[in-house]
Design a protein around this ligand. Structure first.
Ligand SMILES: [Zn+2]
Length: 91
């Protein structure tokens, strides 16, 4: 079963927990990001935690799509598996 992983990628926008700005400055070789709006510095983990709710909703969306696609592909696999079943005789 092949799934196109790119399809499930999301651009998650992280908001500054202080001012709600979405423009973040990333420092090279460090996990620290700085909000361009208010200058608050935090590490990426903190920022992601502050944005936890929106990340969860993205995950739910992806899960739903995955479930749908897997169902579809499974149906097709079953069809393939039963191709040629006309040669099977039940005695
Ligand atoms: Zn800010």
């Amino acid at each position: 079963m092949k799934l196109n992983a790119d399809k499930y990628e999301r651009n998650v926008i992280l908001l500054c927990p202080v001012c709600g700005n979405t423009d973040m400055e990333h420092f090279e070789d460090s996990e620290i990001v700085r909000c361009i709006g208010c200058g608050k510095e935090m590490n990426e983990d903190e920022l992601i935690q502050e944005n936890g709710v929106s990340l969860d909703s993205h995950l739910d969306e992806i899960k739903e799509e995955l479930t749908k696609d897997i169902g579809k592909q499974f149906g097709e696999m079953l069809k393939d598996a039963f191709k040629g079943s006309k040669n099977i005789r039940i005695k």
